[in-house]
Ligand binder design. Structure first.
Ligand code: FAD
Length: 414
């Protein structure tokens, strides 16, 4: 009989197991993959951005009371101290914390070494497919085995990047236990779009402000390096607004995105730059219109300039454009590019999911289920998601520690 069984050896499950074991609990971690912490190895492009200096509510979405409660019990300072203690020296890059080694593998190694030191049993290739609640303990089933635990922590993630583990295989089990879910949608992901020649501009990375309009109402915006791809849009500013787009699409609403290139220039600065270029280049009203690409040279990436040229030529076939008309067309193409968002990329390509276990059904102080005493939750399976910048891992650490602490306390109180 284990004191605590943790389902899922992701970041939340591992720190939860360490917390409980440090308090003297006998802990088992069951992991469906053949190795623990597979997703962690992929974080931060293999460098693991594990927390952030700037840790405010606005960096997260979901139930704000739950968020505040959990982050106040295990803060970013606690994260830094915890990792420093197990050997991870922090490197602060513009507020984003990485291990000094810049290797996610060193974070995984430190966690697993600590788990080993504490005598935590980690059983891999063990996908949990049934949980039975008995009066004073749980029976946990995998295909091959049955395990007994006094307290169970679900740290199985949601559906993002299922090749790395979290595939939603626990949803049915949790629903059977009576838990309800806030709809789960991909977030920190790219989107399929219409409204530009994406084949032509695929590969372009350009600074841009991405503004989201749902049914023509502005809902979110972010500025950063936009990535244009064969299918549509991606990159950090898209990730930062992604959960708003995903939920609107889930609700079958119309979503448009306005792309504003050259965000570092004011409208007036851009207009005057375009005017100067048009004047210098001479007559663009007639045959020479195809020189638009050249006119934008040095201002925008070449592929984007060519795409703008094509768009203007197609839309104004046979028309003689005045300088003012051309300036306006160029300005709109650069500043007011409206594109239609068709769908989110699959969960496979999402870094996280928004949504999760409904907060009403859990105690926000302990993360214990109100429906099934002795069962708790940690990590992404809860209805909190963060923007890019180490916030999702901070959530995994904080909620994992809270669940681990309380699992032991509840056991002691019994
Ligand atoms: C490419 C990529 C890059 C990222 N970069 C960053 C970053 O730099 N910074 C940041 O903060 N966040 C980043 N994230 C997000 C971060 O990885 C997640 O927020 C975090 O891993 C969630 O932790 P978790 O423990 O809740 O869930 P997961 O990491 O998803 O772990 C859940 C575990 O449960 C296991 N499991 C699932 N079902 C079962 C079952 N039935 N039985 C047994 N085991 C099961 C899974 O195999 C998995 O190992 C990134 C994500 C991706 C995909």
């Amino acid at each position: 009989m284990f004191d605590v069984i943790v389902i899922g050896a992701g970041p939340a499950g591992c720190i939860c197991a360490i917390t409980a074991a440090r308090k003297g609990a006998k802990v088992l971690v069951l992991e469906k993959n053949d190795k623990p912490l597979k997703k962690l190895l992929a974080t931060g492009n293999g460098k693991c951005n594990f927390t952030n200096e700037y840790m405010e509510k606005e960096c997260f979405r979901g139930d704000s009371k739950l968020l505040s409660e959990i982050l106040s019990q295990f803060k970013k300072e606690d994260t830094l101290a915890f990792f420093h203690e197990i050997g991870i020296y922090p490197k602060n890059k513009n507020g984003y914390y990485y291990p000094s080694s810049e290797q996610a593998s060193s974070v995984a190694h430190a966690l697993l070494t600590e788990m080993d030191r504490l005598g935590i049993t980690v059983t891999c290739s063990a996908a949990v497919d049934k949980i039975d609640k008995r009066k004073r303990f749980f029976e946990i089933y995998t295909k091959e085995n049955k395990y007994f635990g006094k307290h169970v922590v679900i740290a199985s993630g949601l559906r993002a990047a299922p090749k790395l583990g979290s595939d939603g295989s626990m949803f049915g089990i949790l629903k059977e236990l009576g838990h309800r879910f806030v709809p789960i949608v991909p977030a920190l992901c790219g989107f399929y779009c219409k409204g530009a020649d994406f084949k032509m501009i695929a590969g372009v990375r350009a600074g841009a402000t991405v503004s989201v309009y749902v049914e023509d109402e502005p809902v979110a915006m972010d500025t950063g390096e936009l990535q244009l791809t064969e299918y549509g849009i991606s990159g950090i500013p898209v990730f930062q607004v992604s959960r708003f787009i995903s939920y609107a699409l889930y609700e079958k609403k119309q979503v448009k995105v306005r792309l504003t290139f050259l965000p570092e220039l004011t409208d007036e600065e851009l207009k005057s730059e375009l005017r100067r270029r048009i004047k210098r280049a001479g007559d663009y009203g007639g045959r020479n219109r195809q020189k638009i690409e050249e006119l934008l040279n040095g201002l925008l990436p070449q592929k984007l300039s060519r795409e703008i040229e094509n768009m203007i030529l197609v839309k104004n076939e046979g028309l003689k454009l005045s300088d003012d008309e051309l300036e306006k067309l160029l300005f709109d193409a650069i500043r007011n590019r409206m594109i239609l968002v068709e769908k989110a990329r699959d969960f496979e390509f999402a870094q996280i999911c928004a949504g999760g276990i409904k907060t009403e059904d859990i105690d926000i102080h302990t993360l214990e289920s109100k429906l099934v005493p002795g069962l708790s939750f940690a990590g992404e399976v809860l209805d909190i998601d963060g923007i890019c910048g180490g916030y999702n891992l901070q959530w995994a650490w904080s909620s994992g520690v809270v669940a681990g602490n309380h699992a032991v306390m509840i056991e002691k109180e019994k």
